[in-house]
Design a protein around this ligand. Structure first.
Ligand code: WTA
Length: 668
């Protein structure tokens, strides 16, 4: 265990005092799907019979091929199994179930960064998914095979995910912003047989060359990959060094264009009926130690969580236009783009590009153009757009928006108030949703027609989620505003099942701290006198940069892989827009660089980290020292480094430091 974790609870003290509160407007409450009495009834049922409650919802909400007889199997706890002897298909539940009555409704409204717009009805989406599912089968992909998806945020990314689900293949989406090396690691860990990518995607007016990165990943290893599907998206435009589609070289026998692969495929594909516990997908996420972990989700339990929370928290109706801005490379894009809204039969918006392209009004222009009614994004985007001023959104008609959401990190009250006032016109409830890759679905959030919200609080657990805050001994913290570890006391259907290929790490990471008694989220939190939760951020060595989880270890490993670097320590420091910024302390091989040499090395190291991990992991600051401050047992004193990175006074005991003069060097 790292020194930070051991000391975590001592650090957890609440400093935020926020007194404003916002009850739902009477009009919103009256029209809401879930009313106060419905929510109270759900809570009552969940408390009276927590397992029966989920069983009832699973029977009512999902279309089963074979109904389960047992809701929860806890014989292997904490490897819980839900609805295990039931059979179903996730893609059938997202598409086929809507065809008879709602096949003509719009499922996806897509806008590319260059401004191209496409609409797909449920019937059209179903046909695309079936064709691509048949194409996967034609290349020998079967139930249980792993398929890595490395694509821009275009409808085909959702088609690919749904097609995998349809044939029982396990997808693992890798965010298009990750580097070739990160892609390679994930392909190899998953043992993927197939990669689905595109020639490129548009981002900030530039082409992200996905196929080139995939080729690089595959050239270095990945012996299990037999097939690479390539979507034509940018069609030669913007690809360096060539003006035509010849810019995307294809490897004979391995690579196949998406459009060729689906050309002769029928628009129907019998779903593969799988066990409820059949893995639907893996999604790699950063942990405090070691390599990213493949979070494994189930089919039925996951879908139940995604569907219910989409309806409860976003209050979706058939006439809503729901825009969750997340990329499908993150869990938010799984649960609230690719699965939840489709299972709920909603209309969703997808946008390929950057929020500020060609200018900072793009998000608001999209909202106006497509009549967005429910908008869900991350605090980092809200802060970045807030900085551009009120005049930018004022140019657009945002009057159709009726509900706003936030996810990914604690939202600071200032950004909350701006979101409420400027984007929501003071009339829209804000749902601040706390959850994680591991939880599969939203866990703690307001129910918009019922809950009184407070800027900065994710309010209260949803019905059936038994969250709590505990101290180091695992005792519930009942004193208002006292901090502790955020835990979940009972299993829930959409929880992760394990870490792919490493169940030991699953047990260690999420359960061992309190002897398997409850799921440990890794966040610190406190609860106010009204029972509202306030998340205080990670208590392990995980950074949250622009809403994306980055392990300090991963960045440190990338740095020391550089020939000039002997040792590295990475910590976070607060950043106005990104929430947290990456700050690296490094020890060089040979002489410590100063002046221009240091500046040049800093540029080189930033590019190096971007190449190793992806641009989001680039350190904001790099500081050079002759050695790093360590405890007697040889552990890096991260808390000290954190204080240095933040420019705070040092309050820690530094008497054990070998060379106290190092502090001045670190301060840089
Ligand atoms: C943080 C994203 C405060 C938290 C869905 C969590 C939040 C981590 C919130 C998971 C929120 C997410 N308020 N903190 N509303 N939502 N977090 O796996 O630290 O990418 O543990 O899942 O983000 O990040 P992940």
């Amino acid at each position: 265990m790292s020194d930070t974790t051991a000391n975590a609870s001592k650090d957890i003290s609440s400093v935020l005092v926020e007194e404003r509160s916002f009850p739902p407007a009477a009009g919103f409450a009256a029209a809401a799907r879930l009313k106060a009495e419905d929510l109270a009834e759900l809570h009552r049922r969940a408390a009276a019979d927590p397992i029966g409650y989920w069983a009832e919802l699973a029977r009512a909400e999902l279309a089963w091929r074979k109904l389960f007889t047992q809701a929860l199997d806890d014989s292997q706890a904490p490897n819980y199994r839900w609805f295990a002897d039931g059979e179903l298909n996730v893609s059938y539940n997202c598409l086929d179930v809507h065809l008879a009555e709602h096949g003509h409704r719009t499922a996806i409204v897509f806008e590319g960064e260059p401004g191209d717009v496409r609409r797909l009805t449920y019937r059209e989406l179903h046909a695309e998914v079936c064709r691509f599912a048949n194409a996967l089968k034609a290349r020998g992909i079967r139930r249980g095979d792993r398929v890595v998806i490395y694509m821009p945020l275009v409808p085909e990314a959702v088609v690919a995910m749904q097609a995998c689900a349809r044939i029982g293949a396990i997808h693992s989406v890798v965010f298009g912003g990750f580097s070739a090396l990160s892609l390679k690691d994930r392909i190899e860990d998953a043992g993927a047989r197939c990669v689905i990518t595109a020639d490129g995607g548009w981002r900030g007016g530039q082409v992200v060359e996905l196929k080139a990165a995939a080729d690089k990943a595959l050239a270095d290893g990945c012996p299990t990959v037999e097939t690479v599907f390539v979507l034509r998206r940018v069609d030669g435009a913007g690809i360096q060094g060539a003006a035509s589609r010849a810019a995307t070289p294809m490897v004979a026998g391995r690579d196949v264009w998406w459009h060729d692969a689906v050309a002769d495929q029928p628009a129907a594909c019998e779903p593969e009926w799988v066990d409820a516990e059949h893995p639907l997908f893996l999604l790699y996420t950063s942990g405090s130690t070691g390599r990213p972990k493949g979070i494994q989700h189930s089919s039925a339990g996951y879908l139940l969580g995604a569907k219910l929370t989409t309806r409860w928290v976003f209050d979706l109706r058939h006439d809503d236009v729901f825009w969750c801005t997340a990329d499908v490379g993150w869990i938010t894009g799984h649960s609230y783009v690719a699965y939840g809204p489709l299972a709920a039969g909603a209309t969703l918006v997808m946008y390929e590009g950057a929020p500020t392209f060609p200018d900072g009004g793009r998000f608001w222009q999209l909202c106006e153009r497509h009549g967005v009614t429910v908008f869900y994004t991350a605090p980092t985007a809200i802060r970045a757009l807030m900085k551009l001023g009120d005049a930018v959104p004022a140019l657009h008609d945002l009057s159709k928006i009726r509900l706003l959401g936030s996810v990914g990190e604690p939202i600071n009250p200032e950004a909350w108030m701006w979101y409420h006032r400027v984007i929501g016109g003071g009339r829209c409830p804000i749902v601040d949703t706390w959850w994680q890759t591991e939880t599969g679905a939203i866990m703690i959030a307001p129910v918009p027609g019922v809950t009184t919200t407070k800027p900065g609080s994710c309010t209260q657990p949803l019905p059936g989620i038994f969250a709590d805050i505990v101290d180091d001994e695992g005792a519930s913290v009942t004193k208002p505003d006292a901090g502790g570890y955020l835990v979940i006391r009972r299993p829930w259907p959409s929880m992760l099942r394990t870490i792919w290929g490493d169940n030991e790490r699953y047990l260690q990471t999420y359960w061992s701290k309190f002897q398997n008694r409850f799921y440990v989220a890794g966040d610190g939190a406190h609860r106010d006198a009204d029972g509202c939760y306030w998340i205080m951020g990670r208590i392990d060595d995980v950074l949250n940069v622009a809403g994306h989880r980055l392990g300090t270890m991963e960045i440190e490993s990338a740095l020391v892989a550089h020939p000039r670097i002997a040792e590295a320590a990475v910590v976070g420091r607060p950043h106005e827009i990104k929430g947290e910024a990456v700050c690296a302390f490094v020890v060089c091989r040979g002489e410590r660089p100063t002046g221009d040499a240091a500046a040049a090395l800093t540029r080189e190291l930033r590019d190096w980290v971007a190449e190793q991990l992806g641009a989001i992991a680039k350190p904001e600051d790099i500081r050079y020292a002759d050695n790093l401050p360590k405890t007697r047992s040889g552990k890096i004193m991260r808390r000290l480094l954190r204080s240095v990175a933040r420019g705070e006074a040092i309050t820690q005991d530094i008497s054990t430091l070998e060379n106290p003069a190092i502090i001045d060097q670190l301060r840089g």
